[in-house]
Write a protein that binds this ligand. Sequence first.
Ligand SMILES: [Zn+2]
Length: 317
Amino acid sequence: MRNWMGVIKGMITVGLVITVLGLLFTDRGIVTDAPGGTTDSASAEEPGKGQLEDSSGDVLPTVLAGVEQDTSQGAGTGGSADPDIAGEDEETSLSYINNKDALSERELIERGKVIYLTFDDGPGKYTAELLDILAKYDIKATFFVTGGNEGYFDMIGRAKDEGHTIGIHCYNHDYKKVYASEHAYFADLEKIDEIIFDQTGERAQLVRFPGGSSNISSKFNPGIMTRLTGMVEEKGYRYFDWNVLSGDAGDTKDTEEIIRNMIDGILKKDISVVLQHDLYDYSIAAVEEVILWGLENGYAFLPLSMESPTIHHPIAN
Ligand SMILES: [Zn+2]
């Protein structure tokens, strides 16, 4: 009996080693890092450089972020979870190199081929369906939530329970109001954080600014983004922009095009922070295919955490 256990354990170990070796020699894809500046209806942004740095301040490889306004209006969904890295003696297969894998977030980052799926403006009508898809593949994602759809606030709790990261987007997605002043911004932030706390029992630590840190929708208040980006970090939050656009915020309603946008963007990055919105069925419909493509091609899907590499746009106001 003991011998058999030893043999099985040995086989699992060998399998794990082969898997890891396979990963090390996997083609990471071409990293062109061509700036992918995009213009949306709300504002034209310059392509931006996203800085990757870890929490200890060591600067990891710099990536270029395609910058686009986050124009969508709406409410948010959330979920929060650290990558569960344990998985000892668990069967590991190439198809499931996600947060259940034996590699830590840092090791995966160094390897490359990491995808952070992020969803803004929920929770909403399609959040439950999205959570079902993520659960099916045991993929953890990040939800930057808003207060727009009160009827779906319970999805914030569900997302958190299922291991996703919940971050703050805003309570009211109205640029004129949220960026009216520093006081207005933080009053709004606290309002959505209160809802997150009610639903999850925890305060959020991650922030995504409405429109991203590069937004120029706030230009009516000169310098507000420069001030706010400093202030949120002083208060102990970390803010995240994105470097891969799905195009679901006004560019297209075509699911196939959203899939192409996501895959094309991911192929250009070692580390992808993908922007989607869980308010749109045509965007949620793209998720499963991107997950399958990612898993088949050796990508790891992780939720953002306080330890994740920073993706910041250049501040334009
Ligand atoms: Zn938004």
